[in-house]
Design a protein around this ligand. Sequence first.
Ligand SMILES: [Zn+2]
Length: 314
Amino acid sequence: MKLLKFILQSVVLLSAFSLAGCWSPTAMDSSSGSATPRDSSPTPERSSNDKPNNDNKMIDSKNTVDAADGFAANLPAGFTMPTDAVGKKMLKEYGAIFVAKDGVTPPPKVVFNNESEVSAWQSGVSKSTETIDGATIELQSNAMKALKDAIAEANQSGVKIAARGGSDAARRDYSGTVKNWNSRVEPGLKHWVRKGKITQSEANRIKGLSIPEQITEIFKLEEQRIYFSIDFSKSIIYSVAPPGTSQHISMLAFDVQDHANPKVREILEKHGWFQTVFSDLPHFTYLGVTKDKLSGLGLKKVSDGGREFWMPDI
Ligand SMILES: [Zn+2]
C-alpha cells in the first residue's frame, strides 16, 4: 500500500514538472507557430545587429566606423610609434592631438629633437596668423578658422575667448619649449635640494645632461614623488611639456584666458576645441570634430574638477 502511494505521488510530481516546462515563455513562442512577425524576422544574431533601438554602445560602434579599431587606427599615415619610455608616456598624456581631423596635419611623431626639425615641419603645413586682443598668434588654418568662429559666437553670448600668455598662447618653436621646461626644472631642483630629497651634486649632474637624458631623469624622480610642477605637487607634464613634445608646436593648441567660465568651454567644444592635457586648465586642443565623435577616435573622457579631458584610450 505504502509502495503504491509512493508511486502515485511520484507520477503526480513528474507531471507537475513537465507542465511547468510547457509554460515557459520559450515553449510558448515556439508553439505559437510561424504566424507572428517575430518568427519571420532574421536569425537572432542578425536581428540584434540590425535593431535600431539597441543599447547605446551598439549604436556608437555602429555609427562610428573607427570605434572598434581605437586610437592606433586613427593615427595619421606614416606616424612613428614611440618605442622608448618617454615617447610612450607622452603619447599617452598628450596624444589626443595626433587623431585631430578636419583636414589639419598632426605631427608625424611624438618628440621633435631640435629647432630645425620643428621649423621644417611647421613650414610645411597650412597656417594663418591673426591678432586677437593685441596678441599675434599662429595656428593651422582650419584651427584658426574654428577659433575665430568660436570667438565670434562668444562675443554674441557676452563672454570672451582671449589668448593667455600673448603670442605664446598658440604656436611655439623648439627653443620656446626648452625655455618653458627649464623654467620648471631649475626651481624644482633647487626646491628638492633644499628639502634634502636630492643632493646639490645630483642636481648639478641633472642640469648638465642632454635634453633627452634630462627628461628621463626628471620622470624617474617623479616616480618617487619628487615632482616638478609649479607647486611641486604633481608631474611637470601638467605644467610644461618636455622640450619638443608640446602640442603648441603642432599649431593645434591654444591657451585661453577665461578657461574657468563653463560657457567659454562649451563654445570652444562646439567648434572642435577640447581639453586634452589632464590638469592643464587653460590649454585647449583643436580636434576638428564634434564631441560625439571623440570616443570613435579612440579617446576616453577623464573628468576632474568639473572639467572633461579627452585622452588616448591606450
Ligand atoms: Zn597650452
